[in-house]
Design a protein around this ligand. Sequence first.
Ligand code: GTP
Ligand code: MG
Length: 204
Amino acid sequence: FGRPWIFIRGVPSLEFLPPEGPLEVAFAGRSNVGKSSLINALVGHKGLARTSNTPGRTQELNYFVPEGYSGAGGDLPPMALVDMPGYGYAKAPKETVDAWTKLVFDYLRGRATLKRVYVLIDSRHGIKKNDEDVLDLLDKAAVSYQIVLTKTDKIKEAGVPRLLSETAEKIRKRPAAFPQLIATSSEKGKGLDELRQAILDTIS
Ligand code: GTP
Ligand code: MG
């Protein structure tokens, strides 16, 4: 990850997807869970993916790649990180929410080069019904996913191990779930090395 990453494309609907090429790692989760912040923290570039206090910030599938990623002999394998619109944001107009949800679900279901989905769960809230729906879809489509707890700086440090084990128990019987969970804080830089390594292991 130790090189500049660049934004290459925003995809408002599936016909604008780039041709399948580099392996893709996508970040999914409820609105405001911290997807864009986590991508920025991973690549060490605060303003790369746009973040906001207001849910519904990210409205397209946004593709990020390491600079020069398609060139031979790079230090990173060809890959793209895909930031996604959040689901479960009740305040946006219904048609908008429906369009984002359709985009996210269709992409997750049908992308051959999608290697792993990181499903982000807010440490304060745990897995909700709409998260379960996404996990069901990924299980059904046999798309590998791994749970990442976000914003662990917002809960007591002593509560993190228990949250991890409770969440692990909830996904234990899910066929496409990677059993290991990662606890992160983009704010405090926690869990980032672990997540970077997991991503590299997945795509190499
Ligand atoms: P949408 O694009 O709207 O779906 O949201 P998102 O999941 O991309 O969330 P985003 O990264 O925009 O972050 C939402 C809010 O949470 C922002 O105000 C962030 O500053 C805050 N946030 C993100 N990560 C952390 C974290 O690790 N700790 C704390 N305390 N706040 C965080
Ligand atoms: Mg976002």
